[in-house]
Ligand binder design. Structure first.
Ligand code: SIN
Length: 289
């Protein structure tokens, strides 16, 4: 099969046509999608009429399911979460800050799939930034200062009882089923610059938010450096703005992009079903040898 791929013309992202994602894929088709995913980092498949079972099967073509610690799953599908906002909701938008998914885990997910079910007529775009490009174009001085550093990741600012979705958020009615837990206080170290395990390309990994410090560095110094890094890695020239349609499937490479939700659809419902493509040791290139 030859996929019909149209790059977004922005810093990453491509639209893919010429395939029905309900079909059973051959190994060659999976490899072709995977190649496009690695090349473009974010793939959008419009006009897909997927059931939840189809979404799960598609996800499993690219790795094991990831572990989603702070969402409730939808009934009957333990690996699907609803990214949901009701038309009359007034709580702050979920995931409205730059992040890569679950980087506080020891083995963070390789990717995420998001399927548009109810899409508002305005707003609600998802933004992405290409962290490989942000690193490649970084000033040598900043790069030198972050090279070799390990960042401390934690979910505490979002999912702990005193985090964004914790006790202070409990008066906000949300359609989204967020699970707040003391487990969010745990920390995990990852290098600030990592080699993408599947392509071998160096990339920035994650950002302020899930990154709460730099291993072995005083907080003041670390926060100043992370602030400088944030200003660089989120620049507009590294971004792709994704506009949603109902029945569109999006998959992104969590290892080299950041993403964030956006507002602008007050008064309208928005509903997407999300699966996580877990860490897949089988696809690592021989970097560890
Ligand atoms: C997410 O970060 O999973 C949600 C993105 C979105 O709602 O656009």
């Amino acid at each position: 099969m030859t996929l019909d791929i149209t790059p977004s013309g922005q810093a990453c992202g491509a639209e893919v046509r010429g395939i029905d994602l309900r079909d059973e894929f051959s190994t060659d088709t999976v490899a072709e999608i995977r190649r496009a995913w690695l090349d473009h980092k974010v793939l959008a498949f419009p006009d897909q009429h997927l059931s939840d079972d189809d979404l799960e099967r598609f996800t499993r073509s690219f790795g094991p399911f990831g572990d989603d610690p702070f969402f409730e799953s939808i009934a009957g599908h333990p690996h699907i979460a609803a990214i949901a906002r009701a038309a009359d909701e007034v709580a702050p938008i979920f995931a409205d800050s730059w992040h890569a998914d679950w980087t506080f885990q020891e083995f963070p997910p390789d990717g995420t799939c998001l399927f548009g079910k109810v899409i508002p007529p305005v707003g609600g775009d998802t933004l992405f930034i290409n962290q490989q490009m942000a690193l490649a174009e970084m000033a040598p001085d900043l790069r030198k200062r972050i090279e070799g550093l390990d960042a401390v990741h934690s979910a505490r600012r979002a999912y702990s009882p005193d985090g964004l979705y914790g006790d202070d958020d409990s008066d906000n009615a949300r359609a989204m089923k967020i699970v707040v837990s003391d487990e969010a206080y745990a920390t995990q170290i990852h290098p600030l610059i990592r080699v993408h395990p599947e392509t071998g390309s160096p990339t920035l990994y994650s950002t302020f938010g899930y990154i709460i410090g730099i291993d072995g560095m005083a907080d003041d110094e670390a926060n100043a450096l992370l602030g400088e890094l944030y200003a660089w890695q989120t620049r507009e020239e590294f971004q792709y703005r994704h506009k949603w349609e109902a029945d569109m499937l999006l998959m992104w490479d969590n290892r080299c992009v950041l993403h964030r939700a956006t507002a602008g659809y007050d008064g309208h419902e928005r509903l997407l079903h999300r699966t996580t493509i877990g860490y897949n040791p089988a696809v690592r290139v021989a970097l560890d040898a």
